[in-house]
Design a protein around this ligand. Sequence first.
Ligand SMILES: Cc1cc2nc3c(=O)[nH]c(=O)nc-3n(C[C@H](O)[C@H](O)[C@H](O)COP(=O)(O)O)c2cc1C
Length: 320
Amino acid sequence: MKIGKIELKHGLFLAPMAGVSDAAFRRVCKKYGAEMVCTEMISSRALCYNDRKTKELAVIADDERPCALQIFGNDPEIMAKAAVLALEFAPDAIDINMGCPAPKIAGNGDGSALMKKPGLAYEIVKRVKEALGGKNVPLTVKIRSGWDEKSKNAPEIASLCEKAGADAITIHGRTKDQMYSPPADLDIIREVKKSVSVPVIANGNIYDAKSALEMFGYTNCDGIMIGRAALGNPYVFKEIACALDGKDYKKPPRHVVVADIKEHITALVELKGEFVGVREARKHVAWYLKGMPGAPVFRNQVNAATSLKEIKTIIDKAFN
Ligand SMILES: Cc1cc2nc3c(=O)[nH]c(=O)nc-3n(C[C@H](O)[C@H](O)[C@H](O)COP(=O)(O)O)c2cc1C
C-alpha cells in the first residue's frame, strides 16, 4: 500500500498510544516489522503555545521513520497552525485524532467528539490540508466506528475526510462508548473501505497472524494497525509479516528477548532520564513478563527497583 510517497510492503502500523508509544517503543516495534509508526497524540493548542514537554513528544529519530505525528484538537485554525509547526520535526505524515474516548479529551470536544460533528471534522481536515499545501506531507485521519451504538457514522466521516483531502483513513472498529473492550466491528470497517478510495487501515483487536489475516480478508483493508497486542510483544509484527509472506514464524529465543528488553528500557532511560525512564520501564517489563512463570514476583521486584541496572538484573533472573 501507499500513503503519499510512502510505500509499505504489508501495511503494518503500530498504533499511537499515549504514555506507551514513545520513540523507544516505536524503535523496538520497527525492528520487528512495524512498517510505519506514530507519535503519541499531541495537543494542537500546546504545540501552538510552544510547550516544552509537548515538543518532546514530537521528536522523531531517523531510525524510526516513516513516523506520523498525531495531533488532536477541535479548532480548525489551531489544528492548521499546529500541523505547520509540527513540520519542524519532519514527520513523514500528519495524523488527526478523531478517536480518543478519554473524558478529558472527548469531554473537551476533541478526539472522538469530532465524530458527532461531521461539519467540523470536515473543516479541520480541509484547513490542515490547506495549511500543509505543497509540503508533500501526507495527511491521515484516525476515526472510530462512531460515538455510540445509535450513531455509527464512520463511513460518512471517512468520506468527508477524503473529500477534505485526507490521504488515508484509519478506522478503529469500536464506538467511543465501547472504549477498548468489545470485539471490533469488522462490518463497519468493511463499509468504510467501500466508502472511500484512499487507503484504509483497520484497527481493533488484531493480536496475532490469524486475527490479522481475518481483518485483511473480511474487510479488504489496505493495512492494519496494532496497539495493545504489541505491548511486551513487538514480535507480533514479524509473526503477521511471516503469515502474509506464507513463511513459518518462530518465536525469538529467550536471549534475544532479554537483549531486546534491555535495549528498549535503556533507550527509554536515555530518552527520559533515569528517574522517569525507570518508572515508565516498569509497565513495559511487566508486559514482557506476562504469562512467564513467577511473573508476579518479578513484577513486584521491578516495581520496587529504582535504577536501570537493578531492572536489568531482575530481567536476567526472570528469563534465566
Ligand atoms: C494506553 C493507550 C493509549 C492510547 N493512545 C492513543 C493516542 O494517543 N492516539 C490514538 O489515536 N489512539 C490511542 N489509543 C488507541 C489505539 O491507537 C488503538 O486505536 C486501540 O488501542 C485499539 O487497537 P488495539 O485493539 O490493537 O489495541 C490508545 C490506546 C491505548 C490502549
